[in-house]
Design a protein around this ligand. Structure first.
Ligand code: RM4
Ligand code: MN
Ligand code: MN
Length: 371
């Protein structure tokens, strides 16, 4: 068995700057006291999550939400806080020009504007020392006949090829797919198959990003991980959990067994892909929610590292159907909490991060400062 503690020490989760700010549903948003007012305060919160968990050393940014005059100053502040910049996420879904699509829009002028924003994000990533563009498109159609599906696909590939051609060697292009929403008839990148085909057209540094809220009910996500990893096209994750659709709840809160099975697949490889949280904390306290998410990821990985792979391979070779299954259940049932606490202490973080967060008064202090 691999040295579980060593591997847990190396686990690195990216937390999202957008997960610290106010969020809501289309019915309403409940502002929380102490919510950060700008990217610098979002970075302070991300640094607190890393201080407590020892496992969240990167912060993913979103542009223009995190836009600043001076990128050098932002990078300095992030590094001074003990963090690094994770993936850069462009925004092609809020501008009124994108009503009918961004890189798939029927109008060449709108497509050019979208490509220009993506190219700007490549320069932002370069200035910040980020190694990934993480692209999610809201593009799609609401009614049959609204637009020509193949023409949209051709426009998409053509636009992204322009961006890929401008990517510096150290950057990868992560392509996220989503079944539906905001488009309700045909989303241009609706599933992992469409995403991987686009990546294959672009080049080897284009890889697929899996968001756990972006599939039909019942989809076997761990099998998608296996296929993409096998093809060298697994770019990473947006972790969250859901009960119904793209609910963006705390990862591992609804379906911890699925999360464990995903890590069983991830842990087979030599190295882990980019692991990012993508959540919206609408009613729960945001920092505590983020800390809990990191802990759930750490525990899921720890359990996956407890799978007896030798015995599993033997059971599988012998056609022992339930033998293999029971080995997974054994690992899942292991109480890894003491081990994870030890690992966090070794990292200089907290044995019990939630208790320490609550006792520290961090949230109250920020609520006063950020009134
Ligand atoms: C999408 C997708 C993207 C996220 C946007 C705001 O559903 O998950 O990753 O950035 O929401
Ligand atoms: Mn996402
Ligand atoms: Mn989503």
């Amino acid at each position: 068995m691999p040295d579980v503690a060593e591997q847990l020490v190396a686990l690195a989760i990216e937390t999202p700057s957008w997960g610290y700010g106010d969020s809501g549903t289309r019915f309403g948003t409940f502002p929380q006291p102490g919510r950060p007012r700008d990217v610098f305060e979002r970075v302070e919160d991300a640094a607190e999550v890393h201080r407590l968990t020892g496992t969240a050393p990167a912060v993913a940014l979103h542009f223009p939400w995190d836009a600043v005059e001076d990128l050098g100053a932002l990078r300095d502040r992030i590094e001074a806080a003990g963090l690094r910049v994770g993936a850069v996420n462009p925004n092609l879904f809020q501008d009124p020009d994108y009503k009918l699509g961004s890189v798939t829009h029927p109008d060449a002028g709108v497509r050019a504007k979208a490509v220009e924003h993506l190219l700007e994000c490549v320069s932002i990533a370069t200035a910040l020392g980020s190694t990934a563009q993480s692209l999610w498109l809201a593009d799609g159609t609401n009614y049959p006949g609204q637009d020509e599906l193949r023409a949209r696909r051709a426009r998409l590939i053509d636009s992204l090829a322009q961006v890929y051609a401008a990517l510096p060697d150290e950057q990868e292009l992560l392509v996220e797919y989503k079944l539906f929403e905001p488009a309700f008839y045909a989303t241009d990148l609706a599933d992992w198959g469409s995403a991987v085909l686009v990546c294959q057209r672009l080049g080897e540094r284009a890889r697929v990003l899996i968001d756990l809220g972006h599939h039909a009910q019942g989809t076997n996500v761990e099998q998608i991980v296996a296929i993409l990893a096998d093809e060298g096209r697994l770019g990473g994750f947006h972790f969250n959990n859901r009960k119904y659709a793209d609910d963006d709840l705390i990862v591992g809160s609804v379906n911890p067994f699925e999360l464990f099975l995903i890590f069983v697949e991830l842990a087979r490889a030599q190295s882990l892909p980019r692991l990012t949280i993508d959540q919206a904390h609408n009613v729960e306290p945001k920092i505590e929610a983020m800390v809990l998410s990191v802990l759930n990821l750490q525990e899921a990985y720890a359990k996956a590292l407890h799978v007896d792979r030798t015995a599993l391979a033997e059971a599988q070779a012998n056609g022992d159907v339930l033998g293999g299954h029971e080995l997974l259940l054994d690992a899942f049932a292991t109480d890894v909490r003491p081990l994870c606490a030890q690992v966090r202490e070794r990292l200089g973080a907290a044995a019990d991060p939630i208790a320490e967060l609550r006792a520290s008064g961090y949230a109250q202090r920020r609520a006063e400062e950020r009134a």
